[in-house]
Design a protein around this ligand. Structure first.
Ligand code: PLP
Length: 400
């Protein structure tokens, strides 16, 4: 009997477990099989020709049944027509841009971006004749002035890495669409369980699947989700011959396993992160805290409109600034110093310390505008929140 739950009116947590997979098509296997093969065979020359002509199963850089279940599932959760899954979040961003932009085109980006996206924008794209214009998207007038007839993409993250500040997707999309530019949102800090940018006017959503969607810190992946014609272009040009950034089917299967618990995990991340943010806000050694769902914060009203909860990411600064941040990180006993996010483990990082280290190899390295030397980024994990607060409390005693 067919168990395809694809066309039923199911809710998000259910779809994260079932969408796009029918066990009866896979010998009854409840967990989707991992198709480890680099190529596919056909009976005859004519059948091979037909498969190639129809974009069917021919070679694993372009098609893999395991990856395709994940693509369909993620697209469904975002409310997208289609999706493409690649080897990492940076592969998703690079493949998207190289597929959709050409020499002479312009891309307008928010001034604060994930450090490697910023490197791509600053150092990478100008080499290919693509003009990158960074502006402050919190000011719609500045954005409107930065857009020209050559602007093809308006690109930003929300919440922003590493500040966790929130940008207004609908307001930015209205300005961008006025001149026909595509709106691309990196929604990695939220995941589709918390925020679905397409509902607010975005054309494409990018995810580092490495973060919340996989959620277990053991695999890399990336996705672009959105309009069918754009995703087809990214798949047929970008993945096929521009970057070839295919994901391994094993990684796709692990991400699909993580995805099954996404809603549960995001609820827990958000509940704990709010408690941690409120604790930090009340601590005398802390100068400021950014968390989307902190009532006193400037992100709160937009966050309430476009996010189901505040997710698990926050940033804060200590009154003792740069030195205080280093001291805090040096005294933590439970919270792990590491650069990733969205894992079960609570992870903390201090971008200014990383930047000092990076400068030794790349002297031109700078912090993104909007990121101060005092900023500490915290990815609140799934441990008991009281243990996290206890650890911060004891470490803050050394950083005051
Ligand atoms: N986008 C954001 C917001 C990120 O935080 C990251 C990684 O930290 C990426 C993209 C890149 O993802 P990946 O590390 O999977 O290449």
């Amino acid at each position: 009997m067919s168990r395809d739950r694809t066309n039923r009116n199911l809710r998000l947590s259910t779809r994260a477990i079932h969408h796009g997979y029918d066990p009866s098509e896979h010998q009854g296997a409840v967990a989707p099989p991992v198709y480890f093969t680099s190529t596919y065979t056909f009976g005859t020359v004519e059948e091979t020709e037909a498969a190639a002509a129809q974009g069917g199963l021919l070679y694993a850089r372009e098609h893999n049944p395991t990856t395709e279940i994940l693509e369909a599932r993620l697209a469904n959760l975002e409310g997208a027509e289609a999706g493409v899954v690649v080897a990492s979040g940076m592969a998703a961003i690079g493949t998207l841009i190289l597929s959709l932009l050409s020499q002479g085109d312009e891309i307008v980006v928010h001034k604060t971006l994930y450090s490697n996206t910023r490197s791509l924008m600053k150092g990478g794209l100008p080499r290919f004749g693509i003009k990158v214009v960074p502006v402050d998207f919190t000011n719609p007038l500045k954005l409107a002035r930065a857009i020209t007839s050559k602007t093809r993409i308006v690109y930003f993250e929300t919440p922003v890495n590493p500040t966790a500040k929130v940008l207004d997707i609908a307001a930015i999309a209205a300005v961008a669409h006025h001149v026909g530019a595509l709106v691309v949102v990196d929604s990695t800090f939220a995941s589709p369980a918390v925020q679905r940018p397409l509902e607010f006017g975005a054309d494409l959503v990018v995810h580092s699947l490495t973060k919340y969607i996989n959620g277990h810190g053991d695999v890399l992946g990336g996705a672009v989700l959105g309009r069918k014609d754009l995703v087809a272009q990214i798949h047929d040009h970008g993945v096929r011959y521009l970057t070839g950034a295919t994901i391994s089917p094993m990684a796709a299967a692990l991400i699909m396993r993580g995805l099954k618990t996404l809603s549960l995990r995001m609820d827990r991340h958000a509940t704990s992160a709010l408690k941690v943010a409120e604790f930090l806000e009340a601590h005398p050694a802390v100068a400021w805290v950014n968390y989307p769902y902190l009532k006193s914060g400037d992100s709160y009203s937009i966050a309430r409109r476009q996010m189901a909860n505040g997710s698990g990411m926050l940033s804060f600064g200590l009154k003792r600034g740069f030195e205080g941040a280093r001291s805090l990180l040096g005294h933590l006993e439970l919270i792990t110093c590491a650069v990733s996010l969205g894992d079960a483990e609570t992870l903390i990082s201090h971008p200014a310390t990383l930047n000092c280290a990076r400068k030794k190899i790349r002297p031109e390295a700078t912090l993104a505008p909007g990121v101060g030397e005092d900023l500490i980024r915290l990815s609140v994990g799934l441990e008991d929140d009281a243990d996290l607060i206890d650890d911060l409390q004891q470490a803050l005693a050394h950083a005051s």
